[in-house]
Write a protein that binds this ligand. Structure first.
Ligand code: 13P
Length: 259
């Protein structure tokens, strides 16, 4: 089964209204009207409205986080209901920067995943191990515990309505990319674990790779059988760099479709 790759730009805490306007107009010029891959961008909350109002139709917009609550006395948080109301399509949950800096637990991340689904948003569950965990052979255990928390809360069928992004923490923003084989090994692990619970869901769910992905390494990574695109940080901050990655996805899809 062929899965459509997603090229997702996580802008993190970067940008300004001027940046958003320029990016959207550049993407509108550079992106063909018909694409055979999916594209999404994830700006900070306060730039979502501008992105939604100015983005080309083929680009999805997502938030970088959401509250685990519906609404109420939760100062500083934004709910899934509000994101859906604004017109968001997707939302990141459990990015490692939030797991580490805001101490989000697996259980909290699972609640956020469920909240996203409740309001019709596609959650992108970010998972991944630290360098110390990799060096002590804990990669599979860490990644599976992160996924298992969501499975225990909502089950395999519901998890299948989201996307999983494998982002080894040691590869994020470091310029050190996981090799295509390292990425594939973890992606294959995730897919086979899921297949033990639900074969159809495991075949369909899209597994993105994130961590220093750029135009020069995207093709090799995306060519791996269980890698279905990328969650891009630094290289999503200029239209040129981001489009270079999109072109690799297109190349791969063209090759797959003609073979
Ligand atoms: P970099 O592409 O900058 O390494 O960031 C990856 C990431 O964290 C995307 O969510």
């Amino acid at each position: 089964m062929s899965r459509t790759p997603i090229i997702a730009g996580n802008w993190k805490m970067h940008g300004s209204l001027t940046f958003v306007k320029e990016m959207m107009s550049e993407l509108a010029t550079m992106l063909p009207a018909k694409i055979n891959y999916d594209v999404a961008v994830f700006p900070v909350y306060i730039h979502l409205h501008e992105v939604i109002n100015t983005k080309p139709e083929q680009v999805w917009c997502g938030a970088q986080n959401l509250s685990e609550y519906d609404d109420g006395a939760v100062t500083g948080e934004v709910s899934g209901k509000m994101l859906a109301d604004l017109g968001c399509d997707m939302v990141l949950v459990g990015h490692s920067e939030r797991r580490v800096k805001s101490r989000e637990s697996n259980a909290e991340v699972a609640k956020k995943f469920a909240q996203a689904l409740k309001y019709g948003l596609t959650p992108v569950l970010c998972v991944g191990e630290s360098l110390v965990e990799r060096q002590s052979n804990q990669t599979f255990a860490v990644v599976w515990a992160q996924i298992q928390a969501v499975l225990s809360l909502i089950g395999v069928e519901q998890l299948g309505h989201g996307v999983i992004a494998y982002e080894p923490v040691w590869a994020i923003g470091t310029g050190e990319t996981a090799t295509a084989e390292q990425a594939q090994e973890v992606h294959q692990f995730i897919r086979s674990q899921l297949a033990a619970k639900d074969v159809t869901m495991a075949r369909q769910i899209r597994l993105l790779y994130g961590g220093s992905c750029k135009g020069s390494n995207a093709f090799e990574l995306f060519s791996m059988p269980d890698v279905d695109g990328g969650l891009i940080g630094g290289a999503s901050l200029t239209a040129e760099d981001f489009m270079a990655i999109c072109r690799e996805a297109k190349k791969l899809m063209n090759e797959t479709q003609s073979s």
